[in-house]
Design a protein around this ligand. Sequence first.
Ligand code: NAD
Ligand code: MG
Length: 303
Amino acid sequence: MKKPDVVRNAEKLVRDDEEGKIFPSQQQTPPGLTGEMDPVPDHGEQTWRGRGRLEGLKAFITGADSGIGRAVAIAYAREGADVAIGYLPEEQVDAEETARVVEEAGRTAVLVPADLRTNEECVRSIGEAVEGLGGLDILVNNAGYHWERSGEGLEGLDLEEMDRTFRTNLNAILWLSRAALPHLGEGASIINTSSVQAYDPSTSLLDYAATKAAVNNLTVNLAADLGPKGIRVNAVAPGPIWTPLQPATRFPEKVESFGANTPLGRAGQPSEMAGAYVFLASPEEASYVSGTVIGVTGGRPVF
Ligand code: NAD
Ligand code: MG
């Protein structure tokens, strides 16, 4: 069978030398920038072909400047949706690049810079997204954070980093969803980004893994809460995906072997994540899909 271009691109971006090193050693400071990564990830710029699956819909995607969020923004725009892009102010350059590709697809891009670690900023972000888009049909709670460099297990737990992780990954989902609710009508949906860490946690990510398990729980519970309003709530659980989060928060030697521990033997690219998010947002294709988590993990189990 001929390999799809998206797979060929993903395979080109990893190497597997004799020592099992998949990526060059590298380190950034959080939140990290796309242009400083070696290699620069693939977000589907050359490969995603829209088929009108989200025609006329309005989506707010947090963390859409880079990585998985950028790939989702590009796919959503090519499927016909206008997109509001959430990001941290220091990621302006990445956010503008995502907006450029969204606009190239003929859709509206709205820039929403904010640090989502407080309810006030979450409320303000939803307000700006709704105003810029003229409504809201899809909320993708994708912003996320982890910190691995303080060490393993409880002894390596840094309390400031733990607080940042909990607020970003968990509190913000509740704050954003709560603020978005008055704007979401029947057929709307919320999609949360979980992780394979929710199922198979690493001791070096004690706090992060716990937030992602909580995201799964919250997804099921919000689906029960909002189902009677005709609003679907789902999550996507990525495996190891090549994004700025990795060189920004992990030890350089872990970056080198990132993704080697999957059955497919490599890290995934953000471009390979977008399909799950498009499916879950599609009012037609996913009309009866709610309260579930789709794993996109290169073969690592999500049950
Ligand atoms: P990324 O660095 O490209 O994206 C994460 C984004 O989160 C950043 O771009 C930033 O805009 C946003 N963010 C972080 N802290 C924020 C804050 N305080 N306020 C506002 N925005 C903030 O990395 P990514 O890997 O694409 O991450 C997207 C999601 O995927 C995260 O939830 C992450 O936990 C999850 N995830 C990633 C992987 C992976 O291997 N890359 C695996 C499992 C889950
Ligand atoms: Mg970023």
